[in-house]
Design a protein around this ligand. Structure first.
Ligand code: AGP
Length: 612
C-alpha cells in the first residue's frame, strides 16, 4: 500500500518528510520519492527500492523548503522504475502530487490529454492527475489551484488519497480522499498530511481523518475541508494517545486483527471496477486477450500453497458448478514432484499473496516447461509469480503483514468468483445468474461488517475452550476448504492441534477421536448440504463431543443442537466461504491471544515461504 506524507509550515520540510515516510515503510513498497518547493523552483528526487536509496540520492545537498511531498509506491500501474515513482508532475513541472489508489479511467483521460499536447514521463495512472490539473489551469489560468484540483478530481473514477501542490502557490497544499485513507496532523503553524498517524505522532497528536469525498486546502496557518462541490464539511480533530507502533496498526492490538477487520474494504478493492452487474459480467483487465483461450479450455489446474491453496479449493467448486469447467486443484508442493499429465487446452491458475512462494513458483515453472497457459491471482505487484505467469489478476489489497493470511484469502475467493463469472458467461451461465452473482458479490463487504460485530461474542467462545488441546473442523462442499482454512488458522497462531476434515468423511475415522474433550467446529450454513451437516452434528453430540456451529441467522435447529453458535447472514452458497471464514479467523485470533502468543509473528513461520 502506498505511503504519503505532505508538509506545509515554517520548519524545514525535508527531514519531516523523510522521517515520516520511514514510519510508513511497514506498509510495503518498491520505490520512493519526494518534491520540495524551493526559492529556485521544485527540487525532486526519486529512487527504486528502500527509502535509504532515496536518502543516498538526496545526499548532502539538502535544499531549504517549507513545502513538500514524499511517497512510497506500491506499484499498481507500471513497473518498479524511478520514472514511475511518485511524486508526479505536469508538462511544465509546476504541479506535483502523490497518490494512493487506482484511477480506473486513467487511460481515457491520458488519451484525451495527449490529444491536447501533453507528454507523459511514466506509465502510471497517477501522472494523469497532474496533467489534468494543468490542462484545467491552462484553460482558465485565473482559477485558483485548489479549484483546478477540485474540477480534476470530479473527472476521476476510482480511488485516491492525494496530496498536491503548485509551485506557483507556495503557501498552499491540497489533500483529498476517496477510499484511500488520509489524515491531517494539526501542528502549531504547520500541517502534516499522511496516510496514517504513524507519520505524524512525533510532531502532533491532534489529527483530522479525512472522509471519502473530502478535499482539504491547507496554508501554514489554516485549513478548510469541503466536498468536491465546495460545500464545507465539518471534521473535528481527535487527540490520539497511540504509540507509533499502535498507529501502524490503526489502533488494533495486532496487524492480524486489523487485517481481519479490513476485509470488507479489501474485497471492495479486489472487485472494484471489475463488475458489470446489469449484464452479469466480470471484466478482468489482466486477462484481456485470454478470454477465448479460457472459454475453450479443456481443464483448469489450480495450484498454490497454504491458505492460497485453500482459496483455490473454493475455486474448484466454483468453476465446476458455475462455469461447467473441468477443474483440478493441487498442492504446488505435490504437483511439482508428481508427473502431472498436461494436455492440449489445459490452463494453470496459480494463487499467491506474496508472489514469491518457492513451491508455487516451481509448479508454475513445470507447467510453463510443458507449454501450458499460466494465469495468476497475486497480491504483490511485480512479484516473481506475477512476472512469470502469462497473465493474471492483482488483488489490490495492500500488503498483508500478519503472517497468518486473512484478507488475502477472502480477496482471492472474491476474484475466483469474478473469474467464474467471466468463464461462465462465455460458456453456459445466463445473464440472470451472472447478474444475481454480481449483486450478491457486491453485498458481501457489508455482510462481513455485520459478522465482525460479533468479535466479542466469538472471543467469549474462544475463552470457554481456552484450555482445549484438540479441535476437529468440519465442512462440506464450498465450506470444506473453509473448515481446512479454519483449522490452519488455529494451528498457525495458537499451536493447538486442529484438524480440518470433510464432514462426510468424519465417520470414516476421525469420529473415533470425539469425546467431551475434543470439540468440533462445524461449518453448517443453510446450503445444499445443510441436512447432511445436521446429521454430522448429531453424530458428534451423540458421542459427547461439544459442537461450535457456524450457522445462518435464524437457524433454530442448530441453536438447540450445538453448544455454541456463531451466526452469519444468509448468503448464496457459492459465496458463503467469504462469510463462514470470518468467525473462524476471529476464533483463531482470540484463541491465540488468550494463549499469550505473538499472533502477528507465530513461531517457526515466515510470511512468504521462499525456500523449499
Ligand atoms: C497462511 O496463513 C500461511 N501464512 C501460509 O500458508 C501461506 O498462505 C502460504 O505460505 C502461501 O503464501 P502465498 O499466498 O504468499 O503464496
Amino acid at each position: 500500500m502506498c505511503g504519503i506524507v505532505g508538509y506545509i509550515g515554517a520548519r524545514s520540510a525535508l527531514p519531516i518528510l523523510v522521517d515520516g515516510i520511514k514510519s510508513l515503510e511497514y506498509r510495503g513498497y518498491d520505490s520512493a520519492g519526494l518534491a520540495l518547493v524551493t526559492a529556485q523552483g521544485v527540487w525532486s528526487q526519486r529512487a527504486v527500492g528502500r527509502v535509504i536509496n532515496l536518502e543516498a540520492k538526496i545526499g548532502e545537498n539538502r535544499p531549504e523548503s517549507t513545502l513538500g511531498l514524499c511517497h512510497t509506491r506500491w506499484a499498481t500501474h507500471g513497473g518498479v522504475t524511478e520514472a514511475n515513482a511518485h511524486p508526479h508532475t505536469d508538462c511544465k513541472r509546476n504541479i506535483w502530487l502523490c497518490h494512493n489508489g487506482i484511477i480506473e479511467n486513467f487511460k481515457e483521460l491520458k488519451d484525451e490529454l495527449k490529444k491536447t499536447g501533453h507528454t507523459f514521463r511514466s506509465e502510471t495512472d497517477t501522472e494523469v492527475i497532474a496533467h489534468l490539473i494543468e490542462e484545467i489551469r491552462n484553460k482558465d489560468n485565473g482559477l485558483p489551484f485548489e479549484e483546478a484540483v477540485r474540477v480534476a478530481l470530479m473527472r476521476l473514477k476510482g480511488t485516491y488519497g492525494i496530496v498536491a501542490l503548485d509551485r506557483r502557490d507556495p503557501k498552499k497544499l491540497v489533500a483529498a480522499r476517496n477510499f484511500s485513507p488520509l489524515l491531517l496532523g494539526l501542528g502549531k503553524g504547520e500541517y502534516i498530511v499522511a496516510s496514517d498517524a504513524s507519520a505524524v505522532l512525533k510532531h502532533t497528536r491532534d489529527v483530522v481523518y479525512l472522509q471519502d469525498g473530502d478535499m482539504a486546502v491547507l496554508t501554514p496557518s489554516s485549513h478548510t475541508i469541503s466536498d468536491l462541490k465546495n460545500n464545507p464539511r465539518e471534521r473535528t480533530s481527535i487527540a490520539l494517545d497511540w504509540s507509533p507502533e499502535e498507529a501502524k496498526k490503526d489502533g488494533y492490538p495486532h496487524f492480524m486483527l486489523k487485517e481481519i477487520f479490513a476485509q470488507p474494504e479489501a474485497i471492495e478493492n479486489s472487485i472494484r471496477g471489475r463488475l458489470i452487474p446489469k449484464d452479469g459480467l466480470a471484466k478482468l483487465g489482466g486477462l484481456a486477450g485470454m478470454e477465448e483461450k479460457l472459454r475453450v479450455a479443456r481443464r483448469i489446474i489450480i495450484t498454490a500453497c497454504g491458505t492460497a491453496y485453500l482459496a483455490g479449493r473454493v475455486g474448484e467448486y466454483l468453476f465446476e458448478e458455475y462455469a461447467s469447467m473441468p477443474t483440478r486443484i493441487d498442492l504446488a508442493s505435490e504437483l511439482r514432484y508428481r508427473k502431472p499429465i498436461f494436455q492440449e487446452g489445459d490452463v494453470m491458475l496459480v494463487l499467491s499473496q506474496s508472489g514469491e512462494t518457492a513451491d508455487t513458483l516451481a509448479a508454475l515453472a513445470e507447467a510453463k516447461q510443458k507449454g501450458v497457459l499460466t494465469l495468476g491471482i497475486v497480491n504483490a505487484v511485480g512479484s516473481s509469480i506475477a512476472r512469470e505467469t502469462d497473465a493474471g489478476v492483482y488483488q489490490h489489497i495492500g500488503p498483508e503483514i500478519g503472517v497468518a493470511s486473512t484478507k488475502a484469502f477472502t480477496s482471492q475467493v472474491a476474484i475466483l468468483a469474478l473469474m467464474t463469472m467471466l468463464l461462465g458467461r462465455s460458456r453456459d451461465m445466463s445473464v440472470v445468474t451472472g447478474a444475481r452473482i454480481a449483486d450478491d458479490l457486491q453485498s458481501i463487504p457489508n455482510l462481513i461488517r455485520k459478522i465482525l460485530q460479533q468479535s466479542a461474542h466469538i472471543k467469549t467462545i474462544a475463552k470457554k475452550y481456552q484450555k482445549t488441546k484438540n479441535f476437529l473442523y468440519l465442512g462440506r462442499k464450498y465450506n470444506y476448504p473453509v473448515a481446512l482454512e479454519g483449522a490452519l488458522k488455529l494451528k498457525e497462531i495458537s499451536y493447538a492441534h486442529a484438524e480440518g476434515y470433510s464432514a462426510g468423511e468424519m465417520k470414516h475415522g476421525p469420529i473415533a477421536m470425539i469425546d467431551k474433550n475434543f470439540p468440533s467446529i462445524c461449518v453448517a450454513p443453510s446450503d445444499s448440504v445443510y441436512e447432511k451437516n445436521i446429521s454430522n452434528i448429531q453424530e458428534v453430540k451423540a458421542r459427547g463431543g461439544p459442537v461450535i456451529a457456524i450457522a445462518t441467522e435464524g437457524d433454530k435447529e442448530i441453536a438447540e443442537l450445538a453448544d455454541d453458535v456463531i451466526f452469519i447472514p444468509p448468503v448464496r452458497e457459492m459465496l458463503s466461504p467469504l462469510l463462514t471464514v470470518i468467525p473462524l479467523q476471529l476464533f483463531a485470533y482470540h484463541f491465540g491471544v488468550l494463549r499469550g502468543h505473538d499472533v502477528d509473528k507465530p513461531r517457526n513461520l515466515a510470511k512468504s515461504v521462499t525456500v523449499e
